[in-house]
Design a protein around this ligand. Structure first.
Ligand code: FES
Ligand SMILES: [Fe+2]
Length: 404
C-alpha cells in the first residue's frame, strides 16, 4: 500500500482524478440558499441513520420520536404489537397536532393531546372522540402517515421520500461487503452524547474526516499515540465511494501506556489500544493498515459507523440550519462481565468524548471565519481528500459546479 511512509506523499489524488487537486470554494458551507438546496436535493430523499439499534426497542409498544430538522419532519418509530418495527410521521391525522413529544418510551398506543384521537402501535386510528358528529369518517384511511423504515445490520434507517430512489441495501453500497461482517450484535449501547454547534454540518464533519489535525488538536489527549516518525498521522487507507460514502482507517502508534491507560489496558478492550493482532475483527481494515486503530465509515451525507477492536461508535452531524449542527454520538461495547471491564469501558468513553470535544472546538470559529468572506476557498492536502470528496459529492447532488 502506498503511503507517505513508503515514499509517496500524495498517494490518493491519482486514485480519484475526478476530484481534482485545486482549492475548494467555501460557498456551500456559508450560503443559506445552498442549505435549502441541500434540503431539497439531498436530505429529503436519503436514508437517514437514526443512531438507533433495533435492539434498543425490544418490546411491542417501545418507541422513539426524533425531530429531523434537515428534513423538516418529526418521525415516530414504534414496535407494533405484531413485533414489527414501523415509522410514521408524528402527526395526528385529525388536524395535524404533534402526537408524541421528542424522546423515547413505552405505550399501548398514542393519544393526541388536542382532541383525543387515539392510534395503536401499528399506526391505526382506533378511537375518535365524539365520532358521530363527523361526516362519513373513514377511520381505516386515517392511520398515521407511514414513513419508509429499514434496518442494516440492526441499525434503523428511515426515508421520507414517497418512493425512495434506492433501497437501503443499495445506499450502503460497498459497505455491504466491507463493513457488514463486523460483530455489531456482540455489543450494547454504553452511552450517548449530543452537542449543538454553531457551524455548518460540512464544516463540523470536516474536522472528523482527516487525521492531519491530530498532532495539534489532540496533542494533549492522545499525543502518546503519535510517533515522531509519523508526526502528522498520515492515513494509509482511504476508500471513497461513488455515492459519497467513505472509509478512512486511523492508526495509533504503539506507545508506553499512561497510568490511566495501564489500568484500562489491563481490564479490557480500550479505545487507544488499537487492534490486537491475535484477534481478528471482520468488517474492518485491521489487516491492511500498520498499527491499525479503527475505521471511520461515513454514510453519505452525515452519519458514520466507526469500528474498532471490540468497540464501535455511531455518530451523526445533524444539519439544523446553514449555520447550526447537532453532533450526536453513541458508543457500543460488549456487555461488561466484571467491574474491571466497566472501568476499562468508562476510560474509553471518556477518551472518545474528549477527542470529539476537541474536534468540535474548532468548528464555530472556523465557520465564523468562512462566513466573514476573508477566504473564499480552502486549500486541501492529499491527506484531506475525504473533505474534498464531501464537497464534490454535495455539489454534484445539488447540480452545482465545484471549481478546483
Ligand atoms: S389534532 Fe389530534 S385529535 Fe385533533
Ligand atoms: Fe480529531
Amino acid at each position: 500500500m502506498s503511503s507517505p511512509a513508503s515514499g509517496n506523499p500524495r498517494p490518493f489524488a491519482p486514485r480519484y482524478p475526478q476530484l481534482g487537486t485545486g482549492p475548494v470554494p467555501v460557498t456551500s458551507a456559508v450560503d443559506p440558499a445552498y442549505f435549502e438546496l441541500e434540503r431539497e436535493r439531498i436530505f429529503r430523499g436519503m436514508w437517514i441513520n437514526l443512531i438507533l439499534r433495533d435492539s434498543e426497542l425490544p418490546e411491542p409498544g417501545d418507541y422513539v420520536v426524533r425531530h429531523l430538522e434537515a428534513q423538516d419532519a418529526t418521525v415516530l418509530v414504534v414496535r407494533g404489537d405484531d413485533g414489527r418495527l414501523r415509522a410514521f410521521h408524528n402527526v395526528c391525522t385529525h388536524r395535524g397536532n404533534q402526537l408524541a413529544p421528542q424522546g423515547a418510551g413505552h405505550c399501548a398506543g398514542f393519544q393526541c393531546g388536542f382532541h383525543g384521537w387515539t392510534f395503536d402501535t401499528r399506526g391505526r386510528l382506533v378511537f375518535v372522540s365524539d365520532e358521530q358528529r363527523f361526516h362519513a369518517l373513514d377511520k381505516a384511511a386515517l392511520g398515521l402517515p407511514p414513513v419508509h423504515l429499514d434496518t442494516w445490520r440492526g441499525f434503523v434507517f428511515v426515508n421520507l421520500a414517497r418512493r425512495p430512489a434506492q433501497s437501503l441495501e443499495q445506499a450502503m453500497s460497498e459497505f455491504n461487503a466491507d463493513l457488514k461482517p463486523y460483530p455489531f450484535e456482540r455489543m450494547v449501547l454504553a452511552g450517548r452524547y449530543r452537542y449543538t454547534v454553531n457551524a455548518n454540518w460540512k464544516v463540523t464533519m470536516n474536522a472528523f474526516q482527516e487525521s492531519y489535525h491530530g498532532a495539534f488538536v489532540h496533542k494533549l489527549s492522545v499525543g502518546q499515540c503519535i510517533s515522531p516518525q509519523d508526526p502528522y498521522l498520515a492515513v494509509q487507507r482511504i476508500k471513497l465511494q461513488e455515492n459519497g460514502n467513505q472509509s478512512i482507517s486511523v492508526h495509533l502508534a504503539p506507545h508506553a501506556p499512561s497510568p490511566a491507560e495501564k489500568l484500562a489496558f489491563d481490564f479490557g478492550a480500550t479505545f487507544t489500544q488499537g487492534g490486537d493482532a491475535t484477534t481478528a475483527f471482520p468488517g474492518t481494515a485491521q489487516h491492511e493498515v500498520r498499527d491499525w486503530g479503527f475505521d471511520l465509515n461515513i454514510i453519505f451525507p452525515y452519519s458514520r459507523i466507526n469500528v474498532g477492536a471490540g468497540w464501535y461508535y455511531v455518530d451523526a452531524f445533524w444539519p439544523v440550519a446553514h449555520d447550526r449542527t447537532v453532533y450526536e454520538l453513541a458508543y457500543y461495547f460488549p456487555m461488561p462481565q466484571r467491574a474491571s471491564e466497566m472501568i476499562s469501558q468508562e476510560y474509553s468513553k471518556i477518551v472518545l468524548r474528549d477527542l470529539s470535544r476537541e474536534d468540535l472546538a474548532t468548528n464555530e470559529a472556523t465557520h465564523r471565519s468562512l462566513r466573514s468572506g476573508a477566504i473564499g476557498q480552502m486549500v486541501l492536502s492529499d491527506q484531506e481528500i475525504a473533505v474534498r470528496h464531501l464537497y464534490h459529492t454535495v455539489a454534484a447532488r445539488c447540480g452545482r459546479e465545484l471549481a478546483g
